[in-house]
Design a binder for this molecule. Structure first.
Ligand code: XMP
Length: 514
């Protein structure tokens, strides 16, 4: 499969570049800028994209373009810092700009400029340095008010540079620019489609596991479901799938998981109903981290017992996706990564050593979803919003009891139904919700229903908009919708007489309440 290599010079947008290229159906991989040549060239790239970065290209010790890139004779597109590094490498001049340029700028292409739109277009700028003198052989392709060289190119060597960021949404013409670079300039085949991903994965999985048996833990989440379905497509009955029902899933989800895997996909799924066991283990526990630990440990014990019963297959499926792989090397991500270990099989004890099968290792989340659909998983499962490993235990504040979980499940289902009906259960063009759910609070308040006084629990509704879940804003849901949800919850869910809407952003709050 044709591929583009993206060299990361420390840009906060590096992953976005990769996503845009993949959206153009061209495979690509990200590498830190100083990755040894052999490793990058093993990909057999058809071209290079150099990302932006925080340094000044002319500063001492600044990242630079390793010689193999230009020696390869392949096309190169430098973005922001990448363009400046390219300029220095080829003998041009870069200097600090008198006026820094941050935010939206209008970029005016010169007539006949390749890659760019014909008309002036809005583009996202974020730079303090600029190109003073393009290298020999380069032509200026576009200008902006603060950048005399907003884009440049040497068509004969197929080298290009843009000062703006084509990978961000604020540059609407950027996706097309990246597509043209990959497909027209690098001549990469746009054959990275769900079908070809499935085909390549199936071959890779077969090669890796041979005749051996493979174990998979299905959680009901998108990644473990798609990974399991993919492995099943590759090796059929060599796969043993286990679903531990912790009793902490949302309404109808446990039944759906069993139905989908057994009936739709024909996977021999072993479902362990451990709800009572989990509730018993959580009895009297109210501290959030304590809840998480109990659930994590209990999950591992139950899973371990199942694995032994199945004769300990040597391989284990894991739903690691590309952002996890790329981010795991960055030190400031350690905290985020740790949040997830509570429920991930990554937390398995030493004596349970499996070789890992990670069929989603090179996929972004949206690619995982498209592959899931192509494998026949239902739309509502594949497009499910994120859900924490410990499940409803961390949305049932205070003690987790069966009765309270049911109360929460009912309220949550009403909220979800109403959002779905209003078309707000996904993020489309910045509107809708990235994550929305109900939280049951351990406080009681006084109300009046009919002519009687009530003294019952409160439900908080949480709905956020976010791109990456690292920061989030509360969703500005229509008041009429909130009124309808509140009304239905109080009328239909026994034991709840008050509904509040959470209007804190993250930070300072988190998305989940626990
Ligand atoms: P917070 O609450 O930290 O959540 O803003 C950010 C995102 O992570 C999800 N989350 C978890 N996911 N195990 C997980 O796999 C966990 O323990 C966990 N806690 C929070 C949360 O739902 C949100 O999408």
């Amino acid at each position: 499969m044709d591929a583009i290599a993206i060299l990361d010079f420390g840009s906060q947008y590096a992953q976005l570049i990769a996503r845009r290229v993949r959206e153009a159906n061209v495979y690509c991989e990200l590498f830190p800028w100083d990755t040894p040549a052999e490793k990058v060239l093993a990909l057999q790239p058809k071209g290079f994209i150099l990302s932006g970065g925080p340094a000044s290209a002319y500063a001492e010790g600044a990242p630079y373009i390793l010689p193999y890139v230009l020696e390869s004779g392949l096309p190169v597109l430098g973005i922001c810092y990448g363009m400046q590094a390219l300029t220095l490498a080829l003998g041009g001049r870069v200097a600090s700009a008198a006026r820094r340029e941050y935010g939206l700028a209008t970029v005016s292409p010169l007539p006949g400029a390749p890659l760019l739109p014909v008309e002036p277009f809005p583009a996202w700028m974020s730079h303090g340095d600029r190109i003073e003198q393009p290298p020999a052989g380069f032509q200026v392709l576009a200008q902006s008010p603060s950048s005399p060289v907003a884009a440049m190119g040497d068509a004969s060597r197929r080298y290009f540079g843009v000062q703006f960021h084509p990978e961000v949404r604020h540059t609407p013409a950027g996706a097309e620019l990246l597509r043209r670079f990959a497909v027209d300039i690098c001549a990469a085949q746009p054959d990275w489609t769900p079908e070809s991903i499935i085909q390549a994965s199936v071959e890779r999985i077969r090669q890796q596991v041979g005749e051996a048996r493979v174990l998979s833990a299905v959680s009901g989440g998108v990644d473990s479901s798609v990974a399991t379905a993919l492995v099943h497509r590759a090796i059929g009955d060599q796969l043993a799938a286990v679903f531990v029902d912790t009793g902490m899933l949302r309404q109808g989800e446990a039944a759906q998981v069993v139905q989908v895997f057994r009936k739709t996909l024909g996977v021999e799924l072993v479902a362990v109903d451990a709800a009572q066991e989990f509730i018993t283990a959580l009895s009297g526990v109210t501290e959030p981290e304590h809840k998480r630990r109990i659930i994590g440990e209990k999950f591992i014990r139950i899973f371990e017992a199942q694995a032994h019963q199945m004769g300990m297959p040597p391989f284990l499926v894991q739903g690691t996706i590309y952002p996890d792989v790329v981010e795991s090397s960055a030190p400031d991500r350690a905290q985020a990564a740790r949040i997830k270990t509570h429920h991930n099989v990554g937390g398995l004890p030493e004596d349970m050593r499996f070789a890992l099968v990670e069929p989603l290792r090179y996929l972004f989340k949206d690619e995982v979803r498209r592959v899931g659909e192509a494998l026949g998983l239902p739309h509502e499962l594949v497009w499910r919003q994120p859900f924490p490993g410990p499940g409803l235990a961390v949305r049932c504040l205070g003690e987790v009891t069966f009765e309270r979980l049911e109360r929460l499940r009912q309220a949550d289902a009403i909220f979800t139904q109403e959002l779905a009906q209003a078309g707000l259960l996904h993020m489309t063009q910045g509107a809708g919700t990235a994550q929305a759910f109900a939280v049951l609070l351990p406080v009681r308040s006084v109300g009046v229903m009919g002519d009687s006084r009530t003294y019952q629990e409160a439900v908080a509704l949480r709905a956020v908009t976010t791109e990456d879940f690292m920061t989030a804003d509360w969703a500005r849901l229509p008041h009429d919708l909130l009124a309808q949800v509140a009304n239905r919850i109080v009328n239909e869910v026994a034991g709840v007489n008050r509904v509040v809407y959470d209007i804190t952003s993250k930070p300072p709050a988190t998305i989940e309440w626990e």
